[in-house]
Structure formats: C-alpha cells, structure tokens
Write a protein that binds this ligand. Structure first.
Ligand SMILES: NC(=O)c1ccc[n+]([C@@H]2O[C@H](COP(=O)([O-])OP(=O)(O)OC[C@H]3O[C@@H](n4cnc5c(N)ncnc54)[C@H](OP(=O)(O)O)[C@@H]3O)[C@@H](O)[C@H]2O)c1
Length: 232
C-alpha cells in the first residue's frame, strides 16, 4: 500500500523501535502519525501527534480509536520484556505482564482499530514480533511465550481481516538496539533498520519481515527436529 499521504498510528512511539517506525513513516511521506503512548508528555518529536493509549486498558484503547478515526496504518509496537520471572522458581508476575501487554494489548488494539481500517479502505496492520516467537529460552521464557502467542494472533488477524482488505504484516527481529535489550552485549541491529525493512514490506504488500540473519535461520530451522545447541 501507499504510505505517502497516509495517516498512521504507532503504539509506544515515544522511544525505541516505535519511535523509529514513526520517523520512517514520516520519511516515507505519511501525512500524520499518531504516537499512541501511556504518557503524552514523553513524546518529544514535534511532528508526531501524541495520543494517550495504554494497550492494557480497553477504555483507553477505545478512546484512542475514537480520536484516531482517520488512520489507515496501525503498528502494534508497544511491548515489554516481562523480566523477573525465572523458569524454575518464583512468581509468574513478569510473564503474566508480558502476556498482558504483548499479546492481549496487541489483540485489544487490533480489535478496536479493525473497523477504522475497514472504513478507511483496508489499510495495513503491522505487529512487532520477535525471533523469540519461534525460539524459547530459559532466560526469557515468559517473553518468548508472549511473542509466540502474538505471532499466532497475527496469523489469525491476517485471515480474519482478509475480507476487509487489511494487509497484516508480522515483523520478526533478533536483538535490536533499544532500552529493552540494554541488558545484553549480543550483536544488535538498529531500530532504524527494522523500520526501513518494515515500510518496504508495507509498500510491497509483503506479509512478513525477517529483519536479520539469525531470524531468517531460526525460521528456516522450524521444520528441523528439536535439538539443543552445543554447550547445553
Ligand atoms: N529491542 C529488541 O531487542 C526487540 C527485538 C525484537 C522485538 N522487539 C519488540 O519491539 C517492540 C518495541 O520494543 P523496544 O525494543 O522498542 O522496547 P522499549 O525501547 O523498551 O520501548 C517499549 C515501548 O513500549 C511502550 N509500552 C510498554 N507498555 C505499554 C503499554 N501498556 N501501553 C502502551 N505502550 C506501552 C513503552 O512505553 P513507556 O515509555 O511508557 O514505557 C515504550 O514506548 C516490543 O514489542 C518488543 O517486544 C524488541
């Protein structure tokens, strides 16, 4: 679809990948970009339109959909790492919060904005997923499960919104250089790269973005028998 002249909304656009999405939408000629954020005061880019939106609060989501009734591109980017839940002991709080934000938050925003997208010609719904949709790890089992659930939801939305002409794009990446991945020194790609690849996919009508080599290899290995990396 054409981004030039479009109106878009990005959740979590005050920082990280969400901010890069918003900036790239403007680079590609979007006429208006709403930054759907918990605290509008955190949006420092003057050319974004701050819109109060907590993806875990259905009233807040409904209110945002009522205000941003002119969007034809919605990017479900808001997400958390759900840290603090260990695999074999302790409370489930972090994992539950990750499920609440990453999975149910994406679902709530998609539901609320599906009729808006339909009214505006179908448009595009982009879900920011992860290589963790396909690879569980003991260190972030809760996060990975939330991303696997969000991936499944993305698949269902793609089919459920087909008749209204909405392009549903799933974006998978390994580590991206943002606050969320600050805990690791592993190689990272930039948020700008993720945003550029995603806008290319939206323009071309592609259903999936595999943003780095590790993610491409992880997806290609899905049909392999389960195995353990050496050293485990
Ligand atoms: N960084 C990576 O390595 C990586 C890799 C693959 C996928 N991802 C995914 O990319 C997305 C963005 O992550 P990031 O790396 O940019 O993280 P980040 O820098 O920590 O930013 C997270 C964003 O989500 C927002 N957010 C959190 N909870 C929210 C809620 N309930 N309602 C609305 N907004 C909320 C945050 O807002 P506040 O400022 O208010 O907290 C912030 O804008 C996430 O879905 C993440 O899972 C990240």
């Amino acid at each position: 679809m054409d981004i030039n002249g479009s109106v878009a909304l990005v959740t979590g656009a005050n920082r990280g990948i969400g901010r890069a999405f918003a900036r790239e939408l403007l680079n590609r000629g979007a006429a208006k970009v709403y930054a759907g954020v918990r605290d509008p005061a955190t949006v420092t880019d003057a050319d974004l339109i701050p819109l109060r939106l907590d993806v875990t609060d259905e009233e807040s989501v409904a209110a945002a959909a009522a205000v941003a009734g002119d969007v034809s591109i919605v990017i479900n980017n808001a997400g958390i790492g759900g840290s603090g839940t260990q695999l074999l002991e302790g409370a489930f709080d972090g994992a539950r919060q990750a499920m609440d934000v990453n999975y149910f938050g994406t679902w709530a925003v998609s539901r609320a904005f599906a009729p808006v997208l339909a009214r505006n010609g179908g448009g595009a719904l982009v879900n920011m997923l992860s290589v963790a949709s396909w690879v569980g790890q003991p260190q972030f089992a809760g996060y990975a499960a939330s991303k696997a659930a969000q991936w499944s939801l993305t698949d269902a939305l793609r089919k459920g919104l087909r008749d209204q002409g909405t392009l549903v794009v799933g974006v998978h990446a390994g580590f991206v250089d943002t606050d969320l991945s600050a805990w690791t020194d592993a190689p990272k790609i930039s948020a700008a790269t993720v945003a550029e690849l995603t806008m290319d996919a939206v323009i071309r009508g592609e259903l999936e973005v595999l943003a780095d080599e590790g993610t491409r290899l992880a997806k290609a290995a899905l049909s392999d028998p389960p195995s353990l990396p050496s050293g485990l």
